[in-house]
Design a protein around this ligand. Structure first.
Ligand SMILES: CC(C)(COP(=O)(O)OP(=O)(O)OC[C@H]1O[C@@H](n2cnc3c(N)ncnc32)[C@H](O)[C@@H]1OP(=O)(O)O)[C@@H](O)C(=O)NCCC(=O)NCCS
Length: 190
């Protein structure tokens, strides 16, 4: 699979109109929901030790980090971008509209997967954006990441298009809309 994805990568773009957000759930005890700011770097790094530099860099570009913790240990995290959405897998960014937020790099600690941490994190994160007037949430998922696709679909996200990156001769990026839906512009990472 690695050989294939080094020359050809594809991601689906998924959307969730926030008017269709499923009923807000309080974090089921013992899960607690919180935002991680600059002072919480050590909590984040305890879960994602290989992302030491990314935590600070993402906060500096204005992205926000939301987490679910259990007994003071962060067990699931994810990021939200506005204006520009990083898609490093394609070496590019999506240009977002003013009422759109973009979820990326969601992660739940392996031993607590399938216990509702992702669901709790996303629903509580998005209800906050909905309250602030945001209309739509978006995310991209690599086509081979079946678990992420199932997780996003379980919350009501639907595929609206496909973006691809071909690194062989004639290197290029391409996109394809589903059902005539408007796609977001994909631009190379500056
Ligand atoms: C994707 C990921 C964040 C899901 O986190 P999670 O905390 O286990 O998800 P939840 O327990 O909240 O599951 C919510 C729903 O997603 C779906 N789902 C989650 N894991 C699934 C799996 N292994 N197989 C099928 N469906 C799954 C189910 O519908 C589930 O609801 P249910 O358990 O009531 O059936 C987690 O698997 C993960 O960290 N994966 C590795 C990192 C990754 O790929 N991140 C995505 C980057 S785009």
């Amino acid at each position: 699979m690695k050989l294939v994805t080094s020359v050809c990568r594809r991601v689906v773009l998924m959307e969730l109109p926030l008017s269709r957000l499923q009923e807000n759930l309080p974090a089921p005890a013992p899960l607690k929901f919180r935002e991680l700011g600059p002072a919480e770097g050590p909590l984040y790094r305890a879960l994602r030790p290989r992302q030491d530099a990314a935590f600070q860099r993402r906060l500096e570009r204005g992205d926000r980090c939301f987490a679910v913790s259990r007994e003071d240990r962060v067990v699931a995290t994810g990021w939200v971008a506005t204006k520009r959405a990083p898609v490093p897998y394609l070496g590019a960014e999506l240009v977002l509209g003013p009422e759109e937020c973009f979820l990326y790099d969601g992660y739940t600690t392996p031993e607590l997967r399938r216990t509702g941490a992702y669901r709790t994190r996303i629903l509580l994160t998005l209800s906050g954006y909905q309250e602030r007037g945001f209309q739509r949430a978006l995310c991209v998922v690599a086509t081979e990441n079946r678990i992420s696709l199932a997780s996003a679909r379980s919350l009501g996200f639907e595929v609206i298009g496909l973006y691809g990156w071909w690194r062989g001769p004639g290197r290029r990026r391409w996109d394809r809309s589903r059902d005539g839906k408007a796609l977001l512009e994909l631009v190379p990472t500056p």
